[in-house]
Ligand binder design. Structure first.
Ligand code: ADE
Ligand code: ZN
Length: 338
């Protein structure tokens, strides 16, 4: 099973590029850019990765992002993620970035996007990983700030497939950004939103009804509402679930208590993703391995999770079919022989 999971062709649809900043690279960039940090060593920083909730993580995540200043930094960050993802046989990656985290520190929007985009293109050419880039608005900031960010993104529309909503969920419901998302949709952006991670099922409904989200990031709390669960199944709305993240941020007390299998059994289009792999103890393969072990998922359930990732990707039917064919061939070739 472990070998099967490691080699499985995968999509990754929910990862924040800033959340792939490993402590080693963080220290290297701090030194390169002359940024002082309050930790003495990589070990000391890694030891601080003990979180009690989403906010306690976000505080450290935004602090860590402070070492990212130049186009080269964003390129190096993205390239490091892609080479690691290639080891997990990630075949298609949809990457979130948080421009406001950087532009609010005076980093030009162009430096962020040129650095990430350049590395993504190199990843496509050299590693064969296709990609999409999704801009996330920080929901703890104002609607006005999100609207300004959307304005800044318009000249780069050809490099950004969609918009999302992240950061502190509780107290910042999707309805706060209804007008921003309406405008983004009119400009041709696809729509996703974090909802139902720490927030209630009502936030998932708002993301669907008011933002017209096509995928829900996390969405694990949807299961508390039977009608919503039925709707998600009927409308085949993908959930980008991040098991290690959910346990690290205490959404579930342990992996054994994660509801991923219940969501699958309810007929939802569940996908497996890493969220912020440098902070949560594993990349996408470790997420598959952890849920498989804790919940006893079958080979066919693992195959379904991977297939859901390809189905839910923001790519055309031809690319989806090619990825699904690759998965099918892999599963057939690795079938246990009796
Ligand atoms: N930003 C980075 N990771 C996040 C998460 N899991 N939830 C909300 N915002 C985030
Ligand atoms: Zn996330």
């Amino acid at each position: 099973m472990e070998k099967f999971i490691r080699g499985l062709p995968k999509a990754e649809l929910h990862m924040h590029i800033e959340g792939s900043l490993e402590p080693e690279l963080l220290f290297e960039l701090a030194q390169r850019n002359g940024v002082s940090i309050r930790f003495d060593s990589v070990e000391q920083l890694r030891a601080a990765y003990e979180f009690e909730d989403l906010q306690s993580f976000l505080d450290l995540y935004y602090e860590g992002a402070g070492v990212l200043l130049t186009e080269r930094d964003f390129h190096d960050l993205t390239w490091a993620y892609l080479t690691r993802a290639a080891e997990d046989n990630v075949r298609h990656a949809e990457v979130f970035f948080d421009p406001q985290t950087h532009t609010d520190r005076g980093v030009p929007f162009e430096a962020v996007i040129d650095g990430i985009h350049g590395a993504l293109e190199a990843g496509r050419r050299e590693l064969g990983i296709t990609n999409r880039l999704i801009l996330c608005f920080l929901r703890h900031l104002s609607e006005e700030a999100a609207m300004e960010t959307l304005d800044r993104a318009l000249p780069f529309r050809d490099r950004i497939v969609g918009v999302g909503l992240d950061s502190s969920e509780v107290g910042h419901p999707p309805r706060k950004f209804e007008r921003v998302f309406s405008r983004a949709r009119k400009e041709g952006f696809r729509v996703v939103a974090h909802a139902g991670e720490e927030g209630p099922p009502e936030y998932v409904r708002e993301a669907l009804d008011l933002l017209e989200a096509e995928r829900i990031d996390h969405g694990v709390r949807s299961i508390e509402d039977a009608e919503l669960t039925e709707r998600l199944a009927k409308e085949a709305i993908p959930l980008t679930v991040c098991p290690l993240s959910n346990v690290k941020l205490c959404v579930f007390p342990s992996m054994e208590q994660h509801n991923l299998k219940k969501l699958l059994d309810a007929g939802l289009r569940v996908t497996v993703n890493s969220d912020d792999p440098a902070y949560f103890g594993g990349y996408v393969t470790e997420n598959y391995l952890a849920v498989q072990r804790a919940l006893g998922l079958s080979r066919d359930e693992i195959r379904r999770l991977a297939a859901n990732g390809f189905e839910a990707a923001f790519v055309d039917r031809d690319r989806k079919n090619a990825l699904l064919a690759e998965l099918h061939a892999y599963v057939a070739a690795s079938a246990p022989r009796f």
